[in-house]
Design a protein around this ligand. Structure first.
Ligand SMILES: [Zn+2]
Length: 504
């Protein structure tokens, strides 16, 4: 099992270089501007410190923007930002840029990391993870050149390299991840002398509403009732996927919102080299004392939802009182992405999003909903006006439909975006993505948050569906096929229905 851990998991815990404060001597100054994803403009020029990079001892020379220190406003403590493409490619990952969604896709050894500019979370193989210190990837301009930068810690945490800070030369020395060798008996990412062993499974069964922790030993645990949260500390235990990062397990439950999982060393004071901390975030009104019970037996610890409060009976959904805003991406003088099909004829994104949107409108109307479209023909409509139309129609939900593109032709799949920190948007995105993937058989790439204007300026839960990549010949052919378009529309409609029927 250990040997099969992917590079992401295996190398997460390697040490991270720490950047000292601003006063480090001998740093070369440089003047840069940081791009602000919210205002969509560059800020004022900023003088900052330039950082040197080495890879396996050899200088790593930036093509565009060098590594640098960003000092948050009013802080002396900077964080090192490095160009993601330079570092990723040096570590033998492939980096592609998705202009429409302002995303960087990093592919390495079958794993995919998707960074959305301005978003503090990334998707790693479809699962959302927080970026180190919550710092998003961002664009920096220097001497007319632009690069997307990520925190140096990202390099160690997600790309598996080791990073060491050499203060005297202002150098971040990066060491490539080692080839996977047979594991020595004392795996530094696993249980150590004095630990009890591995946690081998964390499972939530939605039918029985039971969360089960399975270990390869008899687990020792402590329970901390934190009111709106319940923490379970598993003493002397290591859970491989949690090493070096915070995991969030989503659960389908009326009592538990999510389960967070973090691997600790001996810092919790239990006297074991490792402790695994599980935090169950409870639905408002739910308490450990009244609604949950914890039991143990054999090699398991179980948390059961013993008493779920009565759900107030929801009035039946009345689609006739609900308006859905549908936004066909681009249009008129904004074609969106343009790529040739197999016959060499240019396909414009605007001509794909419109039929899919019209099909969606028809399905929703058949189901009794009211629908408002931001365009019904080949019209130029500004992003601001699209949001205004939805707001003016007092729409319950907003769905924008787009097609994706990047600078390679072998990446395909479906994303559904929501606005950062919108809980309802996230839930809608989840439902829509699930149903679109189910209806089309396409590859689900996850539901990132993104600061898109149509998501930001609409006042209702809003999602943007990137239905597929026009740069992938197979997916483009499907996107052009009315039968497939109908499946996408059906999937979105089913997602909307599912969301509205689960409303709380
Ligand atoms: Zn688009």
């Amino acid at each position: 099992m250990k040997r099969h851990l992917t590079w992401i998991l295996l190398l997460l815990t390697l040490l991270v270089g720490v950047l000292p404060g601003a006063a480090a001597a001998g740093m070369e100054k440089m003047t840069v501007t940081f791009y602000d994803e919210v205002s969509q403009s560059y800020g004022q020029p900023t003088v900052t410190d330039r950082i040197n990079l080495t890879l396996d001892g050899a200088p790593l020379t930036p093509v565009d923007v060098p590594a640098l220190v960003q000092y948050p406003a009013g802080s002396q403590n900077g964080r090192t930002l490095v160009p993601v493409r330079l570092i990723s490619e040096a570590l033998e990952a492939t980096v592609t840029w998705v202009p429409e969604t302002r995303q960087v896709v990093i592919l390495r050894e079958g794993s995919t990391i998707v960074l959305t500019l301005g978003s503090a979370s990334a998707l790693v193989d479809g699962k959302q993870v927080q970026l180190p210190d919550g710092i998003p990837a961002g664009v920096v301009k220097w001497e007319g050149k632009e690069s997307t930068m990520v925190p140096l810690r990202f390099v160690s945490e997600q790309l598996g390299a080791q990073v060491e800070w050499q203060g005297d030369t202002a150098t971040a020395a990066i060491t490539s991840p080692k080839e996977e060798k047979p594991q020595p008996p004392t795996d530094p990412t696993g249980p150590e002398e004095g630990d009890l062993g591995w946690i081998t499974g964390l499972d939530f069964d939605k039918t029985t509403q039971t969360f089960t922790v399975t270990a390869d030993h008899t687990p020792q645990y402590r329970i901390l009732d934190l009111g709106d949260r319940l923490a379970i500390d598993l003493l002397g235990a290591v859970y491989a996927p949690a090493v070096g990062r915070d995991l969030i397990l989503s659960v389908e439950s009326d009592a538990i919102e999510q389960i967070r999982c973090s691997q600790h060393g001996d810092d919790l004071g239990y006297g074991y080299p490792h402790t695994l901390r599980l935090v169950l975030d409870l639905v408002p009104g739910i308490t450990y004392a009244q609604n949950l019970s914890v039991s143990a037996g054999g090699n398991q610890v179980r948390v059961s939802v013993s008493e779920v409060p009565e759900q107030p009976e929801l009035p039946p959904l009345e689609p006739g009182k609900i308006t859905i805003a549908i936004d066909p991406g681009h249009g008129g003088n904004q074609p969106g992405a343009v790529y040739p099909d197999a016959n060499g004829n240019d396909v414009k994104e605007k001509d794909l999003t419109l039929p899919m949107s019209l099909m969606l409108a028809e399905i929703l109307e058949d189901r009794g909903y009211n629908v408002v479209l931001t365009r019904t023909g080949d019209d130029s409509v500004s992003l601001a006006d699209r949001a205004k139309m939805a707001n003016a129609a007092d729409a319950e939900l907003f769905v924008s439909i787009h097609c994706n593109a990047l600078d390679r032709n072998d990446y395909e799949g479906i994303f559904t975006y929501y606005y950062p920190n919108s809980t309802k948007g996230a839930a809608l995105a989840q439902q829509v993505q699930e149903e679109v993937v189910a209806a089309t058989g396409g590859i689900g790439r996850g539901t990132p948050s993104a600061n898109f204007q149509v998501l930001r300026e609409t006042t209702m839960p809003a999602v943007l569906v990137e239905t597929g990549f026009m740069t992938h010949p197979g997916e483009l052919a499907r996107l052009c096929d009315p039968t497939y378009q109908q499946k996408i529309a059906l999937g979105i409609a089913n997602g909307i229905d599912a969301y509205l029927n689960n409303r709380t």
